[in-house]
Design a protein around this ligand. Structure first.
Ligand code: ADP
Ligand code: LRH
Length: 489
């Protein structure tokens, strides 16, 4: 069976042609395109948007390209979480979706917590506090009166493909308007905060066929009226399906791309005070699982650094920067990569230098030194988060699976093994696309009864790379204490 999987990350989108059959699983990239923020002026300032129409056009181009190489049986879309488009009563898009790195929610989380205490909010939604949660973005909207429906990005694209409106659960669970236990919208919470619950469309599980291509669109694309399947439409949910863990192993995962999503797969949410204080989240996974994880600011800091050097007229290719970083002494300078200063777009090398100077460390200067600081700091954040996940759940972690673009970064994978003190299994790079394809295939009749069967098929068809922990654990403990003196090494 051939399937088109559109996987939209914050820095690039791709459409993959997937092939699934007994003992067969592959994805081939048929179309890749850049993604990112587009800053647009408004009275008194500017707003960072996404180019959602451009993304839709690229997805269509990719679907057409996938079909040219062989008959497709279905289409599935996953993307980054939390962001959305608003539709009016006629179904027209109201304004261009705003990028979660825009600063429009400044001050809003604090206001919400005055009405709904943090413990109550976490008890209902199980969600981490991130300034860009959909709840806070909706409250930052100037006018919700003309809005009839809110559709998260993959649901919006599915609507344009099929005409059917709904909300797929894995992504809905990132809104902070979803009740993680009842698996329904938290309508009481929404109303209490002044968000009309008419905005929240009917929920469906990943694996639901949401519709077929609109006849006019199918004709325009010269395609059959293909089924469109709601996959784990949150890219991280699809990536976790694509984590090729052996049954019965104590594994943590790192979905490593623009963000690093670091955590465990659980059967039920962990809603205790300690999980809340550590800012862990309980996002809905495929097949009723819970993605108990923390957002670690990921390779974004490195890609923004590359962008800065490019803008300055001194571009350095990623491969060159990483080669230089490998030659820089380990742990010379480290920062708390999760600090809010690294969230908005901008000159990351300058911010890193400033933090290192403020904390009395040797200030990294060259691209290689900056990159080494970022990678060491990421590995430290992984160490902290894997340990916390294990402590909060009482589950040991014997292996860390790294999937996504970061699995290509050999230095980072080795540092992750060293910092966490357990082996790292790296790959597949395209875990999200594989998870997307596998859930589609099952919805369309493939014999893949559960996550274990899907993961067994990935293991049988994809090579993983193993990194053994090396180096001195005490060095990592010392560095951890440097960025967080409260940490017990
Ligand atoms: P997203 O889906 O969030 O856009 P990806 O999973 O595509 O992210 O990962 C993108 C990241 O992967 C890049 O920021 C880059 O740091 C890393 N990456 C991609 N290719 C390579 C490579 N050849 N070597 C090392 N790192 C790579
Ligand atoms: C990763 C991701 C992550 C979200 C963030 C907004 O692409 O979906 O899981 O927290 O983007």
């Amino acid at each position: 069976m051939r399937l088109a999987a559109a996987d939209l990350g914050a820095s690039s989108g791709r459409v993959m042609a997937g092939t699934v059959g007994p003992g067969v699983l592959s994805v081939a990239e048929v179309h890749r395109f850049p993604n990112g923020g587009v800053r647009v002026a408004r009275a008194g300032g500017s707003t960072l948007h996404w180019d959602v129409l451009g993304l839709y056009r690229e997805v269509l181009t990719g679907i057409r390209a996938a079909h040219r190489d062989g008959e497709l049986a279905g289409i599935g879309i996953d993307s980054w979480a939390v962001d959305y488009g608003l539709l009016d009563a006629s179904g027209a898009l109201l304004g261009n979706p705003v990028n979660y790195r825009d600063s429009r929610t400044a001050g809003i989380p604090e206001r919400v917590l005055e009405t709904v205490p943090a413990r109550e909010l976490f008890g209902i939604t199980g969600l981490q506090q991130l300034p860009f949660n959909t709840l806070y973005q909706l409250l930052a909207e100037h006018d919700l009166r003309s809005a009839e429906t809110m559709l998260l990005i993959p649901d919006l694209l599915n609507y344009w493909l099929t005409g059917a409106r709904g909300a797929e659960r894995t992504n809905a669970s990132t809104t902070q308007l979803y009740d993680v236990r009842s698996r329904d919208w938290a309508t009481g919470l929404a109303e209490r905060l002044g968000i009309p619950h008419r905005l929240l469309p009917p929920l469906h599980d990943p694996g639901t066929v949401v519709g077929t291509l609109r006849p006019d669109l199918a004709a325009e694309l010269a395609l059959p009226e293909l089924p469109v399947v709601a996959v784990g439409s949150h890219d991280t949910a699809s990536a976790v399906v694509g984590v090729p863990a052996e049954p019965g192993t104590n594994f943590a995962y790192i979905s490593s791309g623009t963000w690093s999503l670091v955590g465990l797969e659980l059967e039920a949410p962990e809603l205790g005070d300690a999980a809340r204080a550590a800012n862990f989240t309980n996002e809905a996974g495929v097949d009723g699982t819970i993605r108990f994880l923390r957002n670690v600011t990921g390779l974004w800091v490195l890609s923004e650094s590359l962008r800065t050097w490019q803008a300055r007229g001194t571009p350095v290719p990623l491969s060159e920067v990483l080669a230089q970083a490998a030659g820089v002494p380990a742990l010379s300078a480290v920062v708390d990569i999760d600090a809010p200063v690294f969230l908005p777009p901008g000159d990351m090398p300058a911010r890193i230098r400033q933090v290192c100077a403020d904390t009395g460390q040797r200030v990294p200067e060259t691209p290689g030194e900056i990159a080494r600081c970022v990678l060491d700091s990421l590995a430290l954040a992984y160490r902290r988060t894997v340990r916390q996940a294990s402590e909060l759940t009482g589950r040991p972690v014997d292996v860390v699976h790294v999937v996504g673009g970061g699995a290509r970064n050999e230095l980072l994978c080795q540092l992750t093994a060293d910092a966490c003190g357990v082996p790292v299994l790296a790959g597949p790079v395209e875990a999200a696309a594989l998870g997307n394809v596998l859930v589609q295939a099952r919805a369309l009749g493939a014999d893949l009864p559960d996550l274990a069967a899907m993961r067994a098929l990935i293991r049988a068809t994809h090579e993983l790379r193993r990194y053994e922990p090396a180096g001195d654990a005490a060095d990592w403990a010392g560095a951890a204490a440097r960025i967080d003196p409260g940490v017990v090494a």
